[in-house]
Design a protein around this ligand. Structure first.
Ligand code: TXA
Ligand code: MG
Length: 321
């Protein structure tokens, strides 16, 4: 396995059927040329991901809507114009150019243009779409640095394109545009209010129907440590005291150390904002594991903006038990 900053080299590996982990503005993806079924199958094997879970097809520009989608609705074009490249995945009907192994057998496909210069250059060189889930073993925290990918997947993949740490830090928002009303399947880098403002119509916030998306399972994004949710700093301090009394190795994950005991183990981003917490979230959860915490007491940020996505990921991490 090679680590490089060269997008042309990454494209060559993809073109020859290899697996490339690449940076996006959200998290690192584990990519294969979208039409190479054997390579796409290898993604599922490497991640330990169930075959029914669809992959997002990434592209260098909004041309992917017509290359990989069918009967693309005006709402998709409008959102692509306004928000691509960016952390938004649009689910539309699948064109026959997308193999069913990519979509987990679905007649729909998730499409996205990531806002990351190296990723865009890699896909321009390749001249084709790249099917990619997040580059982590199934169910675990997503990688936000090349180092995370190497630690998680190592020699199981062919190349890591190193673009430095991801700027957003939580996965893309997924919007399903195949039904009568837009449905948000996952909260992420773009919030619902922004989508509604652009569409001039309400977005259905909770996905009903079968949980066909791994990001929609209750337990996901989990570190090895158990995650407990606290209401606020005071609640976290009380939980921590109880755990310490039981001899449990525990600490707090929060946007800032304010209101927490001085002697507590605290993981927080360098600056206290919600965007900072989102960007650092997965690295902080990994640090808790590296420091052998048994329990992470997490203080979720307030809802709104990226706060919704961080709350969602922490809730699912906590459901991991
Ligand atoms: O930010 C992201 O979206 C990252 C980067 C690498 O682009 N990718 C990512 O992929 O998070 P993954 O596979 O870990 O999560 C993608 C989610 C899954 O929950 C999947 O089921 C859902 O997107 N998805 C993909 N295609 C879909 C479809 N046709 N219908 C419904 N859900 C879909
Ligand atoms: Mg994932």
């Amino acid at each position: 396995m090679t680590v490089t900053g060269d997008p042309a080299r990454a494209a060559a590996v993809l073109a020859s059927g290899g697996l490339v982990a690449f940076p996006t503005e959200t998290v690192y993806g584990l990519g294969a040329q979208a039409q190479n079924e054997a390579a796409v199958r290898r993604i599922f094997a490497v991640k330990g991901r169930p075959a029914g879970h669809p992959l997002i097809v990434h592209g260098a520009d909004a041309g992917i809507l017509d290359r990989y989608g069918l009967g693309v609705p005006p709402a998709a074009r409008l959102l692509a114009d306004a928000l691509w490249p960016g952390p938004l995945t649009l689910v539309v009907r699948r064109a026959p150019t997308v193999p069913l192994v990519v979509t987990g057998g679905l007649e729909t496909v998730g499409l996205r243009v990531p806002d990351q210069p190296l990723a865009l250059r890699m896909m321009e060189h390749l001249g084709a779409g790249v099917a990619a889930p997040s580059a982590n073993p199934f169910g675990r925290t997503s990688p936000t640095t090349a180092h995370h990918v190497v630690a998680d997947l190592g020699d199981a993949i062919d190349l890591v394109l190193d673009g430095g740490p991801c700027g957003v830090g939580v996965e893309s928002t997924i919007l399903d545009l195949t039904g009568p009303r837009p449905v948000m399947l996952r909260t992420g880098g773009v919030n619902a209010e922004r989508l509604e403002e652009l569409l001039g119509a309400p977005v259905v916030r909770t996905a009903t129907g079968p949980a066909r998306a791994p990001g929609m399972l209750d337990a996901h994004y989990a570190p090895t440590a158990r995650v407990l949710l606290a209401r606020d700093a005071a609640d976290a301090a009380a939980t921590l005291a109880r755990l310490h009394a039981q001899g449990v190795r525990a600490g707090v994950l929060a946007a800032s150390p304010a209101g927490l005991p001085r002697d507590a183990r605290v993981l927080c981003p360098p600056a206290p904002g919600v965007a900072d917490l989102a960007r650092e979230l997965y690295a902080l959860l990994r640090r808790a594991d590296a420091e052998n915490w048994e329990v992470v007491v997490a203080v979720p940020p307030p809802p709104g903006g990226l706060g919704d996505a961080v709350r969602d990921r922490l809730t699912r991490a906590a459901a991991g038990g």
